[in-house]
Design a binder for this molecule. Sequence first.
Ligand code: ATP
Ligand code: MG
Length: 568
Amino acid sequence: MAEETIKGNETEEKKPLNFVQQIVADDLKEGKNGGRLNTRFPPEPNGYLHIGHAKAICMDFGIAEMFGGTCNLRFDDTNPTKEDVEYVESIKEDIKWLGYDWGDRLYYASDYFPKLYDLAIRLIKEGKAYVDDQTSEQIAQQKGTPTTPGTESPYRSRTPEENLDLFQRMNAGEFDEGSRVLRAKIDMASSNMHFRDPIMYRIIKYPHHRTGNTWNVYPMYDFAHGQSDYFEGVTHSICTLEFVPHRPLYDYFVDELADESYRPRQIEFNRLNLTYTLMSKRKLLQLVKEGLVAGWDDPRMPTICGLRRRGYTPESIKNFVDAIGYTKYEALNDISLLEHSIREDLNKRANRVSAVINPVKVVITNYPEDKVEMMTVENNPEDPNAGTHEMPFSREIYIERDDFMENPPKKYFRLSPDKEVRLKAAYIIKCTGCKKDADGNIEEIYCEYDPDTKSGMPGSMRKVKGTLHWVSAKHCKKATVRLYDRLFMVENPSAETERDFRELLNPDSLKVTTAFIEPYLAESAVAGNKYQFQRIGYFCVDPDSTADNLVFNKTIGLKDSWAKEKAK
Ligand code: ATP
Ligand code: MG
């Protein structure tokens, strides 16, 4: 077990370092790289960031924060056909929203295109790289298998002069895309497949969002990443486990640049996989493009902007990442852990309000027709500083339809004929009857209230089992509520290789309905505000919301309803 611990304040428990933090602590103690710590977060701007990226961001920026180092934001923009400034801007916004800051260390891999090109030229001159005229299919066929060596390309023995000429002409735009690549001349029999003459450059004739038409050749990830780290002075290049087999190649190219005094080091941790969630940017893009969701920030998406719009807070995401931790083996995390984290966070910060989503009217027959009383409601019992607000009570109110049953089973503690319930922050009422339409649907419920049981008065101490939320019919306002559920029906959508992922979408992931809400909520609702609709769940105000058409997104129910269903 690690000896060092994270120094929190005195009340906080000391937490042992995770394995990456331990490596960094050891390197700093040994004075490696002059005692510097510099990490980087390297997104490719080909989509919006998702919760998996948040795990990487918390590591890259978090570890720099923890040890007094710095973290660069570097856009890994080496494939112009898939990248866009829209993505660059969204990525910056999301990192800031999570609470991290790259200061003046904003970089682009495209800044290093000239230096990378020079390095390629040098490797060609030294006989360490060659131009291959084969197609990518042919090259793939010659790769061999992990247990059988690959086949050398017929172009492998070209002279440096010929390679130099061809590579320069590739970049000058003389050849078609796919007709030639530049490959590193390493070892076609290596036990590491990545060493079997990996491709360094390919021809792409598509304008780059930053460098325009300057280049016709673009470096591959393996030929760009380690060197970019080196150019920036990155000391710890932390990435996900799928890069483990790339590490020797990372080191191979860094060796061409680094000396004894400084070299970046790659460290890998397990990526985040979540149940009922797909994290592939390609598939997320497909959902957006095909209109299967409302956009990258659809509240059902696992994107940071989707989670934000859903009502997630940065703290809830960070707490979740902290709870699942970083390891060296792949896992599938339960999405209910993420949901638990937002529930816990909103429980502390969200004001309690009254909203009725599926209303039925209750008439309190012994309450004066024109009387209105203002009832005082505690905003948040978890927060002594949250204060109170007023809520009007009158003769006609709405309650939830399923809070009434004419012929209830035993242990039904809500409203039914001759039974009493407490109306939250108001009175105890007793049901005296109801009116039904021709089809037997309940139209109105009749009750009598006990005037001695007003909330806060001694008579209110009387024991009744059920407490219902309600709104005054005369005073409530209408609002649109969007009820979200999980986007996918199956636990592990990426494991369903037989079916197209679009067939796995949950058809009930969004229901739009109208709710009746208390006046305080209508008056205080501004985009981004978060509330607990009592007895229902947490909701936040959508950016689409206006004073005339309030829109609330359901973030999460009060309890894990899926756990209950599973247990059934
Ligand atoms: P792709 O490369 O397929 O476009 P990507 O998800 O790897 O997708 P990048 O933009 O390359 O996207 O990712 C930036 C960083 O975020 C990388 O260091 C990557 O390891 C990390 N990352 C991506 N997905 C996850 C995940 N699910 N969990 C943890 N880290 C992730
Ligand atoms: Mg990637």
